[in-house]
Ligand binder design. Structure first.
Ligand code: HEM
Length: 225
């Protein structure tokens, strides 16, 4: 039998192979790629990126790696602007990132997001919610133990379903973490958490986002966070 090797697909085809399977379209692929506004690639992990750049000499956790954006801890549309302008060798552009400005269909959205940060935020939020709601299945189904330090007591088994749909009850360790956060911002250790605690946090974040959106940003680099 004659076997023809078609070779690897182009980066754009590869993106579509992966994301179409999950019911995501071109607009959602481009919007989700904007997640690379944040974070870094490390050669010792993925094989991509430089060991260190002028932007990653410090950072949370270990220094190093190569970021896609200058302000890689700040969520905004700078990913699209930086790739479009290709203004710095210290910034990472994967072949799948570059494809967003090369493929005619992806390009429509990438250009739009580079110009219109509000459109990016709106589309990103919708695409991210869709991705999260696809319903990841955990392998192995019985879960894995993620903390096996005997000094920490009996480890909690990680069961993905517990943290996704269906199960509303928080684990004891999560309740402790929330309580610690509450006390760290001045909450009394003797009082129960107010029932509107989360609502207050959401309102405070929303107000900050609105203030930033309307007053806090005079340069072209938009960020809602
Ligand atoms: C579009 C296809 C994608 C490709 C080819 C891709 C590729 C990569 C690669 C190579 C890294 C570096 C990993 C390392 O060296 O540690 C990375 C990191 C990252 N990716 Fe993606 N990714 C894709 C989609 C996404 C999506 C959909 C999201 C989220 C919605 C995402 C969020 C991130 C983040 C936040 C990091 C940084 C992680 C860190 O700083 O440790 N990526 N990605």
């Amino acid at each position: 039998m004659l076997c023809l090797d078609a070779g690897p697909p182009s980066p754009a085809d590869h993106l579509r192979d992966v994301f179409y399977r999950m019911g995501l379209n071109d607009q959602e692929i481009v919007a989700l790629s904007g997640a690379h506004t944040l974070g870094r690639a490390r050669p010792e992990r993925s094989g991509w990126g430089k060991p260190e750049t002028k932007y990653t000499k410090t950072g949370p956790g270990e220094a190093g790696g190569q970021s896609w954006t200058v302000k890689w801890l700040k969520f905004g549309n700078s990913y699209f602007k930086d790739i479009k302008e290709k203004r710095d060798e210290d910034l990472l552009v994967l072949p799948t990132d570059a494809a967003l400005f090369e493929d005619p269909s992806f390009k429509n959205y990438a250009e739009k997001y580079a110009e219109d940060p509000a459109a990016f935020f709106k589309d990103y939020a919708e695409a991210h919610a869709k991705l999260s709601n696809l319903g990841a299945k955990f392998d192995p189904p019985e879960g894995i133990i993620i903390d096996n330090d005997p000094a920490q007591g009996t480890p909690e088994k990680f069961v993905a379903a517990k943290y996704s749909t269906g199960k509303k009850e928080l684990s004891e360790s999560m309740k402790k973490k929330i309580r610690a956060e509450y006390e760290a911002i001045g909450g009394s250790p003797n009082k129960p958490l107010p029932t509107n605690y989360f609502l207050n946090i959401i309102i405070a974040i929303s107000v900050l986002v609105l203030l930033f959106t309307f007053f806090g940003n005079n340069n072209s680099d938009y960020s809602g966070f």
